[in-house]
Design a binder for this molecule. Sequence first.
Ligand SMILES: [Mg+2]
Length: 398
Amino acid sequence: MFMSKKFLFFFFFLFLLVFIKVFLSSQFLTFIVVSVFSFFVWRKANKRNLLPSSCYPSNDEKKKNGNCFGSSHLQQFYETYNISLPPMLVLATDLDETLIGVCDNETHEQGEKRLKQFNEMWLTQYAPKNCVLVYATGRTFEKYQLAAKEWPLLKPDILICQDGIKIYWFNKQLANLVESNFIHKSNFVDQSTQEDFILFDKAWDEHLEEIWNQQYVETTQSEIISEYSSQTMTIPIQRGRVERFFVCGIAKTREIAMEVAKRFKDKITQHNVENLSKNSNFVKMDIHYTLFARSNNSWFVTVLPSRAGKGGAVSWVQSRLYFGHNCDHKIVVCGDNENDISMLTKSEYCSVIMNNSTSELINYYEEYKHSRNNMIKTEQPRTLGVIEGLQYFSKIVK
Ligand SMILES: [Mg+2]
């Protein structure tokens, strides 16, 4: 699975030599076989470059900014350090307005400086102690790369995108260890590029697919959008297309967003009832919705498989990293918005609610702060809040 391009070419030349030796008297046959084989080698090598070439920075840009997925300091660290399972601690942090971002009166440079402070702390105090860094973002894989260009992010060990729809593993050692624990399942699809090791978590994708009917969701989405078209329900341009496992729209108010989400849920329930009456083996669709505020006071409503959401994806990663081991108080989750609630409300995780969180999240904190001793609201906002939460909870990790 992890065969590099160099190995492919090595086997190609080995193959070429053997054929020349064996079929010396049959040059035409040798030519045909070598040509076919060359074609497949070329195809395999090119398939690995799945991202548009414009994504890759020039050498000068790389020196200045690192690569598409963040600086590779963490990966360089693992070249001399052996990670083992289970990890001592996992930090799963949201990005926008949590690990990255600035207040209105601050400059981008100030935000960068704080992020570098976090990076330094992670590289010197946490990575050497067998800790794993996970980013759990609402951004798509492509938009994550924009964040990595804009901010001096470390390339993480694991990246969770689109509110838990997709999971990518960047740490080769970690992926190999996990794969050795799950030898009977299909696990990863290699999407590595010339510069980056990337494994797409295919088993997670299949896990979501079990409870999701894409065709039905697309039809339902069209129906609901036309129902609410008079109430300013629109789909954002960049997400205008229907994506797998992900339906979203924008509502002017939280109330309309909530109404749309409930309408979706009702239709799915009706679909399940109708199909179960026809076939008792029918696997029910199960959805989960989140609402979160946008900067212009409108509201995003997203509908996902119930197993997804950031909480579901972090649990999946946890089950792979802590296979057969207790993870209590070893997962620290940080967030600021409603799409972080699914991971912040897991009682076995240490929850860090940012000082700059939305009012809905602050209300959640106020309601449950006395019943959960593993949840804090930080004094500091954004990056400094993540540092504060990490330092606070790492004191109690044994
Ligand atoms: Mg956020």
